[in-house]
Ligand binder design. Structure first.
Ligand SMILES: NC(=O)C1=CN([C@@H]2O[C@H](COP(=O)(O)OP(=O)(O)OC[C@H]3O[C@@H](n4cnc5c(N)ncnc54)[C@H](O)[C@@H]3O)[C@@H](O)[C@H]2O)[C@@H](O)CC1
Ligand SMILES: Nc1ncnc2c1ncn2[C@@H]1O[C@H](COP(=O)(O)OP(=O)(O)O)[C@@H](O)[C@H]1O
Ligand SMILES: [K+]
Length: 510
């Protein structure tokens, strides 16, 4: 399914108009679709319906809905929240509504009357702000928000609850909390992002006459990952095969004070079907790996004074790189002069697809241009803080502009970016964008990222394209996280439980 930002939505709208629709017709469909859904929820005849009406086209949608609900016998009160100087389209629909028996509360009506109208409403339509909103709710809206949030009415938000920025999911603390959000033509990022999702209630998509094929073709659209898409990206297996057919993954990482990370990434890689995993790590790390995993093989590397892989191991690493069909570098690696040099060496001389995670990325952060030296495709898997180190942008900017930041980095350095967060975003060098909706707070624990890196690297080693490996990996990892949370709760689940859930999720997906 395609998700459209506010600017992509404008493109969809203009394409629809070029093809013979009109802005007026789109608004009519949005308002009528809303009224139809409300009529499906409740018999409004003789009941109180309050419309909180803004100045823009979101308000216009509310006025169209009010007209249809008035025809169905509802007692309508329109409350002008932001004044009465409406957009041209909204004004035209206000003119139509004025011909009906509808009560209007002017902007200068006493606050008590407006609060009373909200209090006694059976259905409350939030049509103050839609895709045009950003920043903070103005005082005129805030003074009504509390009453709206406390009202017993069925609360229906049009497009997005007012107070939410539809592209970033940033929500004003006084955002109107909806029971239902009816959104038009396509979902917006705020309907998926976990910051805003809980404020939307039940989200329903209303067709306003823009064909799905036109929405799918909008270049700036963002694809929401689904089980079906992920399943299609998992490499196939043949009965007539041997371990050599499923790839050889070289997992470079570990240092004496972080031994668990390579264990987690190796186990998750093996659970996802790779033929062989070789762990290249300092000897003390390999002892820990050996006590946990029976199925992988080892390449013991010399240890530096700080306990990480020493640069003296570079020749041995070159040989191992010749063996592998894909690589993973960074889990528990640590950051020091030796590992920085090693990471640069692996990027510039490894001729196979490579996943760079965690400290691998922290080693790159001072000079991300080294990514351009890669001889084969690279996937980077930064969380927001690591992306901040890589780009020099603040965590806040990255969170608010996650799609652009990921897409620009992918384009600039020619890598596939898996920008991890409560909603992980995938961006390719060709600006294809994906977002993940599943997963839960139980994944917000040290080690979850290592599990994801192993899953993606496993698919890559089996021959999946970087995009397919990222799509399958991100979805499967989050789904395994959801399964682990079902069994253990988000509090108690561990990254190891996520690995244990992978087989069951694979069974469902395949
Ligand atoms: N794009 C489309 O295809 C369609 C859009 N429609 C509706 O149109 C809406 C978008 O309409 P608009 O672009 O007019 O935008 P909105 O109706 O969301 O409101 C934008 C207005 O609010 C102001 N504003 C934004 N942030 C503010 C803040 N923090 N404080 C005070 N004022 C603020 C803007 O300056 C602008 O005047 C959609 O959400 C949807 O409801 C529908 O009519 C159906 C078709
Ligand atoms: N609240 C959340 N909801 C869904 N997924 C989450 C949440 N918090 C973290 N995750 C996921 O868990 C993983 C955490 O990765 P990361 O922070 O790199 O962990 P670590 O480096 O400790 O292994 C990422 O895949 C991220 O998308
Ligand atoms: K709204």
């Amino acid at each position: 399914m395609k998700i459209l930002t506010s600017s992509a939505m404008k493109i969809a709208e203009s394409i629809a108009v070029e093809k013979g629709s009109s802005y007026m017709e789109l608004m009519e469909q949005a308002g009528k679709g809303t009224a139809d859904r409300i009529l499906g929820l409740a018999d409004v005849s003789g009941r109180q319906v309050a419309v909180l009406c803004g100045k823009g086209n979101n308000g216009g949608d509310g006025l169209v809905a009010a007209r249809y609900l008035a025809e169905a016998g509802a007692e309508i009160t329109v409350i002008f929240v932001m004044g009465r100087e409406l957009s041209a389209l909204a004004r035209a629909n206000l003119y139509e509504l004025e011909k009906r028996r509808v009560h209007f509360l002017e902007p200068d009506a006493p606050l008590t009357r407006r609060l009373e109208a909200i209090r006694k409403s059976d259905v409350l339509i939030d049509a103050v702000f839609g895709t045009g909103f950003s920043g903070e709710l103005p005082a005129a809206c805030k003074e009504l928000a509390e009453a709206a949030n406390n009202s017993r009415a069925i609360k229906v938000a049009l497009d997005v609850p007012s107070g939410i920025d539809c592209d970033t999911g940033l929500a004003d603390k006084d955002t109107l909390r909806a029971d239902y959000t009816y959104t038009f033509a396509a979902l917006k990022p705020a309907h998926v992002l976990k910051a805003s999702l809980p404020l939307c209630g039940k989200i329903e998509l209303i067709d306003i006459g823009i064909p799905a094929a036109d929405i799918a073709a909008i270049p700036d659209g963002i694809t929401l990952l689904s089980a079906e898409t992920a399943a299609g990206c998992i490499p196939k297996r043949q009965e007539d095969s041997n371990k050599g057919d499923y790839g050889k993954l070289l997992n470079v990482g570990g240092c004496v004070h972080m031994t668990g990370a390579v264990i987690l990434s190796t186990l998750s890689a093996m659970r996802c079907g790779v033929g062989l995993v070789k762990v290249a790590a300092p000897q003390p790390v390999l002892s820990a790996v050996a006590s946990h995993i029976l199925e992988c093989i080892y390449s013991p590397l010399p240890v530096s004074e700080s306990g990480s892989i020493s640069i003296d191991g570079v020749e041995q690493l070159r040989t191992e790189m010749g063996w592998a069909t894909a690589g993973l570098i960074g889990c528990g690696l640590s950051v020091c002069d030796d590992t920085r040099l090693l990471v640069e060496e692996v990027i510039s001389s490894f001729g196979r697809p490579l996943v760079i995670d965690a400290d691998g990325l922290n080693c790159v952060a001072e000079n991300p241009a080294m990514l351009r030296k890669a001889l084969a495709p690279v996937i980077i898997t930064p969380h927001i803080k690591e992306m901040s180190r890589l780009t020099g942008l603040s965590v806040e900017i990255i969170k608010n502009r996650r799609f652009d930041v990921a897409a620009q980095f992918a384009e600039k350095y020619g890598v596939t970016v898996v920008l991890k967060d409560s909603n992980t975003v995938i961006a390719t060098p060709k600006r294809e964008l994906f977002i993940n909706g599943n997963g839960n707070s139980g994944l917000a624990k040290g080690g979850s990222g290592d599990v994801l890196a192993g899953v993606i690297a496993s698919f890559l080693a089996q021959g999946a394209s970087p995009l397919a490996a990222a799509v399958a990996g991100v979805f499967l990892h989050a789904e395994a996280g959801d399964m682990a949370a079902q069994t253990f709760t988000p509090y108690a689940m561990l990254p190891s439980d996520v690995i244990e859930s992978i087989p069951f999720v694979l069974k469902q997906l395949l």
